[in-house]
Write a protein that binds this ligand. Structure first.
Ligand SMILES: Nc1ncnc2c1ncn2[C@@H]1O[C@H](COP(=O)(O)OP(=O)(O)OP(=O)(O)O)[C@@H](O)[C@H]1O
Length: 289
């Protein structure tokens, strides 16, 4: 029997066009799938659609059309352990697609048609009695503050440059305060932390070469002091593909507890302020590879 395939697509994503989606729909139909298009009308829709599909389908096959924000919203509506997820990179940074080595929309469609998948784990962040999932990373401190301070009005005009403007504002009002972090029971203090479930960050930059979304272990990149030179080293390491240096360490872990009230971003969108607890959820979904 032809398999139903739900396309949850964000028409406000960076590289969306109706023509591209129509062409994807035709390719999927030609390949014998029965695609159903659901366009989001608000930031909450991806999650609501995913929740509804999971309530109706025993083995839902869902495709996320958009960027990392859309994928994150969708994942937060899924029932753990039942869905298969394909990714159509229609966003701006498309970090997850890069992590999956998807280089183009055509390549993504070919993979969806092939339906080859593997189980992946996600991170679950708990804060103030609520939980949320992330696929790529949770950033606490500097990058959380940059994402929190990003103004949508600036993003509409200068695109990704809005993050740079926000970073300049964060630097101008530099917060030197450290926070406590416990990684699998080992305590320390840090100024900034990125809990990586995937290796890539901010595009094609490799922040955590040892991270793998199939593996429930996180790679936790810790910036231990508030010196700007330590962050400069981190940026240079990102550009060079090798993160190292005094004040920076990468630690493997499965349960991370963070104190303080620093800003937290999940998969590139602002989420909350600390304190938070992060754990891994194994076999959360099957991802098309
Ligand atoms: N119809 C909509 N109107 C407004 N915002 C939406 C709508 N649908 C989804 N969103 C929100 O838009 C945000 C950004 O979308 P998305 O991540 O798809 O694109 P992007 O920002 O261009 O790409 P990337 O995250 O890869 O940089 C998401 O966090 C999502 O919640």
């Amino acid at each position: 029997m032809p398999r139903r395939c739900f396309l949850i697509v964000n028409p406000t994503s960076g590289s969306y066009s109706r023509r591209r989606i129509d062409s994807v729909m035709r390719s999927l139909e030609r390949a014998g799938l029965v695609p159903q298009l659901l366009l989001t009308e608000s930031a909450e829709d991806a999650s609501l659609f995913a929740r509804r599909i999971c309530a109706e389908e025993p083995e839902p096959f869902i495709v996320a059309g958009g960027g990392d924000g859309t994928v994150n919203g969708l994942v937060n509506g899924l029932v753990p352990g039942v869905a298969t997820l394909g990714v159509l990179p229609l966003g701006t940074a498309n970090v997850l697609a890069k992590e999956l080595c998807i280089r183009s929309l055509n390549e993504s469609v070919e993979k969806i048609v092939r339906q080859q998948s593997r189980p992946i784990s996600v991170g679950m962040l708990e804060s103030a009695g609520k939980s949320a999932y992330f696929l790529l990373m949770a950033g606490i401190g500097f990058d959380g503050a940059v994402v929190e301070g990003m103004r949508l009005s600036e993003k509409r005009i200068v695109g990704k440059g809005a993050y740079l403007l926000s970073a300049l504002r964060v630097l101008a009002d530099w917060d030197r305060q450290l926070f406590t972090i416990s990684i699998d029971g080992k305590d320390m203090t840090c100024h900034g932390v990125v809990i990586c479930n995937a290796s890539k960050y901010g595009g094609n930059f490799i922040l955590a070469p040892g991270a793998d979304i199939s593996n429930p272990d996180f790679q936790v990149v810790c910036v231990k002091d508030s010196r700007l030179t330590t962050y400069l080293k981190l940026m240079m390491g990102l550009a060079a593909g090798r993160i190292s240096g005094e004040g920076i360490s990468t630690i493997r872990g499965r349960e991370i507890v963070i104190g303080g009230e620093k800003a937290v971003q999940l998969d590139g969108d602002f989420h909350c302020h600390g304190p938070v607890r992060v754990t891994a959820v194994e076999n959360f979904l099957n991802i098309i590879v």
